[in-house]
Ligand binder design. Structure first.
Ligand code: ACO
Length: 324
């Protein structure tokens, strides 16, 4: 994982908007977030996270055959930021593309990367999720600016005959709700004009209440589907890593799924909602804190703009046998 060095506590945001540490903590569970410096853009954090993942996997960069970068805050609209990361890492044999599924992007990317390996097309795939919402937020909109932070996480996937990795995945979307989380201008539907820029059309907007309701419902049902598709029951899940958007969403999910809170890893207090990076940041910290053992069954679940949502069951472990 890679996060910017700059820590911004809730108290600092009270100088920008009419809010309080008490409001932000009680409504969201967030205490601080990391915000990027101007020279820390998406490809920079994505590259840093990928370098760590490659080092920990003990592989040579040249082994990587595909780079999937989940992001909705790319360096530029064109070309794909994944290509910048491929060049930064000097990967001579890798294809590269961006995947846009907002906060669900890591679970989508993990699924696509795994399926590419299972199809026999690739043996080693790098999946990165990086988002820098600080660049698309309106820092005068208290309803959104207090919620997000910047970060990146990455994993290396390799082909193995061992029963490890992704056991099941459920990917869903509901584009009829696109307006509830969006950036109105800057694309082909509404190209940016000086007037739209003045009106803040380039900023992220969100209907928090609608998102909240859908997130709880859809993360619950897709989690149950993913667990069933893995041939398991919810009691067999050792660790749950939900998207870290709001502690109230996580608590509601725990109640509905009847997963004890002590099995749910939460680091939201320190990073806020880092969009696609949120699940891999939590996965990385859960592993470092000793939550994940060889064979642990891990339930991932995320919800984001689109709407998109995704849940997956992963069997944690480092493969000892690789497909030649
Ligand atoms: N500080 C102080 N007051 C605030 C703030 C703030 N930062 N933001 C809003 N308020 C006020 C509102 O103006 C409102 O005041 P009013 O009653 O006088 O009108 C009051 O607080 C309550 O606002 P609500 O929006 O009803 O607050 P709620 O309890 O619903 O919490 C929140 C809002 C935190 C945004 C919640 O709806 C939420 O977490 N939604 C889900 C967001 C999410 O999960 N996003 C994930 C996906 S993100 C992605 O994909 C990129």
């Amino acid at each position: 994982m890679a996060v910017p060095a700059r820590v911004v506590a809730n108290a600092e945001l009270t100088t920008l908007v009419d809010t309080s540490d008490e409001w932000i903590r009680s409504r969201t569970g967030i205490g601080q977030r990391r915000l990027a410096a101007p020279d820390e853009y998406t490809s920079v954090l994505a590259t840093a996270a990928a370098q760590q993942a490659i080092a920990r996997a003990g592989i040579e960069p040249a082994q990587i055959e595909l780079v999937i970068l989940a992001t909705c805050t790319p360096d530029r609209l064109f070309p794909a930021t994944a290509c910048t990361v491929q060049a930064n890492l000097n990967l001579p044999h890798a294809g590269a593309f961006d995947l846009v599924a907002a906060c669900s992007g890591f679970v989508y990317g993990l699924t696509v990367g795994t399926r590419m390996i299972q199809s026999g097309a690739h043996r080693t795939v790098l999946v990165i999720a990086a988002d820098l919402f600080s660049h698309i937020l309106n820092w005068h909109d208290r309803a959104t600016c207090v919620l997000f932070g910047d970060g990146a996480g990455a994993v290396v996937l390799q082909a193995t005959p061992e029963p490890l990795g992704l056991l099941s995945a459920v990917l869903r979307s509901a584009g009829q709700h696109e307006q509830h989380m969006a950036i109105a201008a800057g694309g082909t539907r509404q190209p940016l004009t000086p007037e739209l820029l003045d009106a803040g059309g380039h900023f992220f907007t969100m209907n928090g209440g609608e998102v909240y309701r859908h997130a709880v419902r859809d993360m619950t049902t897709s989690s149950l589907e993913a667990v069933a598709a893995a041939g398991l029951t919810i009691d067999a899940i050792d660790v749950m890593i939900p998207h870290q958007a709001n502690i109230r969403i996580i608590d509601a999910l725990a109640n509905r799924l009847m997963v004890p809170r002590e099995r749910i890893f939460v680091n939201l207090e320190r990073y806020g909602n880092t969009s696609a990076a949120s699940v891999p940041l939590a996965l990385c910290e859960a592993a470092a804190a000793g939550w994940l053992n060889a064979g642990s069954r891990v339930l991932l679940s995320a919800f984001g703009g689109g709407f998109t949502w995704a849940s997956a069951v992963v069997r944690w472990g480092i493969p000892t046998t690789l497909v030649p």
